[in-house]
Design a protein around this ligand. Structure first.
Ligand code: UT7
Length: 333
């Protein structure tokens, strides 16, 4: 038997139906459609509304669709990992809640959190279980209800984020398609520029933390932008060099959707035409861990078996990385 690889064998995404447009935001904070569009590329984002609704509700919808289109019974799933920075609760893991909601009974499940890079970290974590030969059907979810930690009085952050979920199925293969390579990095010193100040063990929730709005995202846009633009482009280029991939051999770049300018800089470094870059930030904003799998879901019908795909992400922490994979099937499932 040859060495097993892990291949994505299906993807399904889900976003809530409520839409928050730039025009809506103009009425909420001191901003303009023009500013948001030119600085970020975002026109609108989807927001999960309804009391008692959380990340697991969106993730469960994505997983239900994934099980259906891959003809998988819930009890066949061996492992489920949920990449999220907005879990339903501090504990238990949102992955467990999703398993319960969709009837997955024979899997173990857990969450991962490496900010916006979690989905790619989780994909590689999952791939190692699959490559071991012991896990045949593994689901990786990227899901975030960013609206639950966005301060809608802070114009610097509230225009950026949106809610959404998407999930992929990973299965073993002996063929040449599947996940081939990755490079991941972390620089903890970057945490000062992007974090949530309260609600953790250092600063548990109190009346003061609520009054001081410390349960929301804190971001210093410019330093984050500077690191993101350099590091995402660097790692994407590194992935190409390590795998002897020429620009014309890369079929798709799937970048984390944090800012159109960061995406364009990464594509430029890779010398890729725009038509090879998956971009849907204009409709969803930054959905944190859902960005990359939502792109795969939206472009699924255009993908072909053997396509060379580079995934690249950058997030708080700082965390960043890239993955090289060969797509394993033709078109939409
Ligand atoms: O996914 C996780 C990783 N996160 C990222 O990758 C985000 C990286 N950072 C960014 O994408 C950009 O830094 C932002 C989109 C967050 C901000 O864009 P920027 O071009 O870096 O703007 P800035 O923060 O330097 O602000 C420029 C000006 C400021 O005004 P002054 O000081 O020049 O008078 C801001 O107060 O724009 C102002 N500003 C706004 N004006 C209108 C900030 N937010 C807004 C707004 N509308 N929404």
């Amino acid at each position: 038997m040859g060495k097993l690889k892990a291949a994505i064998t299906g993807v399904h995404g889900w976003v809530p139906e409520d839409v928050l447009t730039n025009q809506d935001l103009e009425k909420m904070v001191d901003t303009t459609d023009e500013w948001i569009l030119t600085r970020t590329g975002i026109r609108e984002r989807h927001i999960l509304k309804g009391e008692g609704k959380g990340t697991s509700d969106m993730a469960a919808e994505a997983v239900k669709g994934l099980l259906e289109k891959t003809n998988t019974k819930p009890e066949e799933v061996d492992l489920l990992i949920c990449a999220t920075v907005t879990p339903d609760m501090q504990f238990p893991a949102t992955a467990n809640v999703v398993s319960d909601k969709v009837g997955i009974k024979n899997a173990f499940s857990f969450d991962m959190n490496a900010a916006c890079s979690t989905f790619i970290y989780a994909l590689i974590t999952a791939s190692k279980y699959v490559e071991s030969g012991e896990y045949k059907k593994v689901i990786v979810i990227g899901a975030d209800k960013m609206s639950s930690i966005v301060d809608y009085t802070d114009r610097a952050t509230c225009v950026i984020f949106g809610d959404g979920a998407s999930a992929v199925m990973l299965e073993p293969t002996e063929s040449e398609e599947g996940i081939i390579d990755h490079r991941f990095y972390t620089d903890g010193a970057g945490r000062i520029h992007l974090h949530q100040k309260a609600g953790g063990s250092v600063k548990p929730a109190s009346h003061d933390t609520v009054n001081d709005r410390e349960h929301f995202i804190y971001q210093e846009g410019q330093p984050v932008f500077k690191f993101a633009v350099t590091n995402m482009a660097d790692v994407a280029e590194e992935i190409m060099v390590r795998n002897n991939l020429k620009s014309e051999e890369v079929n798709w770049l799937v970048p984390h959707q944090a800012n159109l300018r960061i995406i364009e800089a990464t594509a430029k470094r890779m010398k890729l035409d725009k038509n090879k870059v998956m971009i849907n930030i204009q409709r969803y904003g930054n959905t944190t861990n859902a960005t990359i799998p939502l792109c795969l879901y939206e472009w699924e019908d255009q993908l072909k078996k053997g396509d060379n795909i580079v995934l690249a992400a950058f997030g708080g922490g700082f965390t960043w990385g890239g993955i090289y994979l060969k797509w394993a099937y033709d078109g939409k499932k």
